[in-house]
Design a protein around this ligand. Sequence first.
Ligand SMILES: [Cu+2]
Length: 672
Amino acid sequence: MKRTISAALAALVLTVGCQRSPGAASTSNGSALSPTNRSSAAPLHPLDPLSPDEIRVAVDVAKTDTRFARAAFASVAAQEPAKADVLAWQPGQPIARVARVQAMTPDGFYELAIDLQARRIVAAVERRGVEPSIMLSEIEATKVVLSNEEFKAGLAKRGVTDLTKVFCAPFSAGFYGSPAQAGKRLVKVGCFDTRRSTTNVFGWPIERLYALVDLRRMEVLSVTDYGIVPIADGDFNYDAAAIKTRRDSRKPTTLAQPLGTNVTIAGHEISWGNWRFHVRIDPRVGTAISLARWRDGDTWRSILYQGYLSEMFVPYMDADYGWQSRTYFDTGEYGAGVLASTLKPGIDCPETASFLAADFATDKGEPFTTPNAVCIFERSGGDPIWRHFEAINQTYEGRPNVELVVRMAAAIGNYDYLFDWIFNDAAEIEVRVGATGIDALKGVATKTMSEPGAADDTRFGTLVAPNLVAVNHDHYFNYRLDLDVDGPSNSVNLDVYRPMRLPADSARRSVYVVERHIAETETAGTLDAHDPVRLRVINEQRTNGVGNPSSYEVLAYNHAKLMLDPDDWPAKRAAFLRHDMWVTPYDTGERYAGGQYMLGSHGDDGLAIWAAHNRPIRNQDVVVWVNMGMHHLTRAEDLPVTPTMWQSFRLRPNNFLDRNPAIDLRQDVGTR
Ligand SMILES: [Cu+2]
C-alpha cells in the first residue's frame, strides 16, 4: 500500500534507477519539482496558503541567520493566525502573514516563525529528540544502498547486476523501543527490479534484502539478507500496451453543464448554492476546509471552522524482517499535501471541473507548483435529493441531487488516495476517501496454492501471481473537525438508544427511547462504532423555531478495528485508534492525532495523551476527531492496480434549521 516516499520522490529515484522513466515520472509530480513561474498575488484571506513569493521570502529571511544558511527545509508553510483573529477579520483589513519553517542543520532541527511583512525571524526553537517528515532530498539514501558492497552482492546473488534497472524505496522504519534508534532518522531500504517496467515499478520486488539507513548521516547501518526467492516473472504493467486484450470501445458518458458552472471561486474562497467556505492545500494534511457556512435567509451561519485529515495509519500485517516495520503514518511521515498529484480532467474529475494549483517548497527552499492539485465540480449522479409520489392524489414532487465536490489526490508511494469534501443542498457535508493505486507486493517462493507449504509461505496475504503475495494491511484516516455550530461555544450531545420494555397490556413488548446526555468532559465524549449512540455537536444557546438546540450530527462508522496488541509499538504510536470518535477542547497545539512529529515517534504525543486530561468540553470550543478505516484483505483483483475503494462519513444538520433545506430548490430539470 503505501510504500513510502512520494511519487515526487519516486520520480527522482527513477532517474537514478531506470533508463526509461515509468509513468510516475511523467506525471505532474515530475514537472512539479521544477521551479515555479507562477505569479504571486497578495493573499486575499488570512487562511490562504503561502504563495511562491512568500515561500522565497521565508527562506531568504531564514538564511540570513547563519545557522540556517545551508539548512534543509523540511517544511515551509503558512502559520494560521489565531482563530479569534480569523473570525474577527473582515475583507479589506490587513492580513498578518507568518511562515512556519522547519530547518534541518547538521547541529539540529529547528522550527522558525518568520514574519513575512517585517522580513524577520520572530522565533527559532530547537526541537530535540523529534524528527521532521522525510524530505525530498533524502532520496539520496537509495544511492547509498547501491554503492554498498554487501548490498550489491545481495543483488548479484539474485541475478541483478545492472543497477540502472533497480528502483529502491526508503520505507520509514518505525520505532520499536530500542535505544539504538535514538537520534537517528531511520529508513529500511528495499529494491525492485525494473527491467520490465513501463509503468509499474513495484511489480518485481527483490525480496529479503534490506538495508537499514540513517538519513541524518546518509549511512548504511546494516544489510540484512535472509534468503533468496525468485523475482516474479509476469507482466504487471498497466499501460494500454501491457493489457493485451481490451474491451470494445463504448460511447462516452459525461457530465455536461451547457449553461456553465454555479461555483464562484475568489482566491481560495468558494461559494456554491447556500454554501461558502475556504479551501487550501497544506503540505502535511492536504485539503483543509475552513469557515464552512450556510446561508439561512440573510444570515451566514457557521458550521465548521476547520476540517482536515489529521493523520493516516497504514500498518502491514506481516512478521518478516522486511515487512514488520511497514506501519506508515502517511501525513506525518511523508505529507499528503506535498504529494498531491495533478488531476486529469475527464478521469480524475469531470471535464466541467475547475482546478486550483498548489504551491510548496522543496527542501532546498525553492517553491514548486503542482498544477491542477484540486478540482472543484458540481455533479449529479442521477439520484433525487428528495421525492414523493402520492398515490392518493396522483401528485409527484422531487428534486435532483446536485453536489459540490472538492477533490485532491495524493500519490503516496504505491498508493493513491482521493480526498473529497462534498457539499449538498441538504446542508450536509460528506467526507470521502478513495484508495486506489498499487498493492504492496512481497516476493515469495510459491507459484500456486497447490504447492506444499503454500499456505505457510502466503500466510500474511494472498498469492496474487506466481511468486507474489499482496500483503494484508489496514488503512485508517483520522479527521480533525473543529465544528462551530452557530459559533465556537458548543457542547457534545450524545443520543443514547435505550430499549424500553412495555407493560403487559401493550401489544408490543419493546420500543427504543433516546436518552440525551451532554458530555461534560473529554472521556464522556469518546465513542466506538458499535456503541448505540449518535454524537451531535450542539449550541446550547441557540434553538430552532420549535425550541430544539441547533446541532450537527457526526454520522461516522469505522469499519475496522486495529487488531494489534496495545503493547505493540505501532499501536502505541497510533493510540488515536483506541476509540473511533473523540472530543477535545480546542487547543492550537493539538492539530495531528498521532502528535506533531511522526517519524520515529514514541507514542508520547497525540490525541490519546491529550484526551486523558479529561478536560471540560461543555459550552467550549470543541473539536471532534473521527476515525475511519478498513481492513484490506488483498485479492487477485487488486493487481496490477486496485479498483478504488471508498469510505465516508457525514456531517448532517439536526434541528439546525426548521425544515428540509433542499425543499426550496427550483424544479429546473426533469421536465421530460
Ligand atoms: Cu490497501
